[in-house]
Ligand binder design. Structure first.
Ligand SMILES: Cc1cc2nc3c(=O)[nH]c(=O)nc-3n(C[C@H](O)[C@H](O)[C@H](O)COP(=O)(O)O)c2cc1C
Length: 346
């Protein structure tokens, strides 16, 4: 309600300016998060890796890059929050403008290039309990070589280890030169062997939606071999005809969905956190039909505001009640065929 009244004004402003303004307001008034948000019912709680998410819908990386408004977002009805991408040294990112809206298509394009306040500043904002799992999405500084990035990522994991609940290594943003080339077996094996020595927290790789099928299978198998908790699939996609940067939202959904389907069909013992164009409970149901569990959202939250989480959470409760299922854990303890039968039931 609140958001739909303000949205016409927001959408007349430059996307990044309004984003910064909202993060500032959310930082100054975390109670506004409570006023406009919702608390997920205990029935929606779900174990993902070693963590208990408060609902199956997490906040995707990039929205609160600098962990300035996590208190606000902790009241919005998300199951877990991911800050970042954080780099070791602060950096300003690519030249502006670098965030664009496609309102009709409920999509965004960004070429941000990891602007962020850097490890030291961001870590000082993470050392308290937000009441739900907090993930740190980490990446390399723009000018670092792959060798240097191994040290950078190690330092970040060692420093943040007590303050966050899970880590995501971002090797899939299209806006940092050479980053996607790090989705390689040799590099990832060396990196995660080191990170495993530094933390026992859940580790994820975030992958691109633009990978060939063979590459998706290779990365999923490698994640299993390296005993990672799982994968976050996917980051934004490249569509050169739209301009530089990565596309998110509805225009990404089909590509992301193909990646979800491929990974989930492998039935590996990995958590696959699905992200890309999710905006309705029906989208989540499609992921559950493939065998998925948790999801993340960014773009749809920009277009719909806090109402989105209220709606999705209440639709999940309605679904559970309709089928007389006590909670989501019980639903996911059912065999996949049974889950599909319930999901397909009108
Ligand atoms: C403006 C913007 C900035 C983003 N920044 C990051 C980032 O720093 N790190 C990251 O891993 N993903 C980042 N993402 C990608 C999102 O986390 C997510 O993977 C992608 O937007 C797909 O989800 P969606 O369709 O729900 O938006 C960003 C997305 C947008 C729109």
């Amino acid at each position: 309600m609140f958001y739909s009244l303000l949205k016409p004004f927001f959408f007349q402003c430059d996307p990044e300016h309004i984003h910064e303004f909202i993060i500032k307001v959310a930082h100054l008034g975390p109670q506004l998060g409570k006023l406009t948000g919702t608390n997920p019912s205990d029935k929606l709680s779900l174990k993902i890796g070693h963590l208990q998410w408060r609902s199956p819908v997490g906040l995707a990386a990039g929205l609160d890059k600098n962990a300035e408004a996590l208190d606000f977002f902790s009241h919005q009805g998300f199951g877990a929050l991911e800050c970042g991408t954080i780099t070791l040294k602060p950096q300003i990112g690519n030249p502006r403008p670098r965030m664009f809206r496609y309102i009709e298509e409920k999509s965004l394009r960004n070429s941000m290039g990891f602007p962020n306040h850097g490890l030291v500043t961001i870590s000082s904002r993470l050392n308290h309990n937000f009441g739900l799992p907090i993930g740190a999405n980490i990446g390399k500084n723009k000018d670092s070589t792959p060798d240097e990035s191994l040290d950078e990522l190690g330092t970040m994991v060692a420093t943040l280890g007590d303050d966050v609940d899970y880590f995501v290594v971002n090797v899939s943003s299209p806006n940092t030169p050479g980053l996607r080339a790090l989705q390689e077996r040799g590099y990832l094996t060396e990196l995660f062997s080191e990170l495993k020595k530094l933390t026992s927290k859940d580790l994820f790789i975030k992958i691109a939606p633009d990978l060939e099928q063979d590459k998706i299978i290779e990365l999923a198998s490698l994640s299993h071999e390296l005993k990672l908790t799982g994968l976050i699939a996917t980051n934004t996609t490249i569509m050169p005809e739209r301009g530089v940067g990565g596309i998110s939202g509805k225009l990404l959904q089909q590509k992301a969905s193909r990646v979800h389907e491929k990974i989930l069909s492998l039935q590996l013992p990995l958590e696959v956190i699905c992200v890309g164009g999710i905006s309705h409970f029906d989208d989540i149901k499609s992921i559950w039909r493939m065998g998925g569990k948790a999801v993340q959202i960014y773009s749809a939250y920009v277009f719909e505001g806090p109402q989105l989480l209220k709606k999705i959470n209440s639709e999940i409760i309605h679904f559970l009640n309709k089928h007389d299922i006590s909670d989501l854990e019980t639903f996911f303890s059912l065999p996949l065929e049974e889950r599909i039968r319930l999901l397909d039931h009108p």
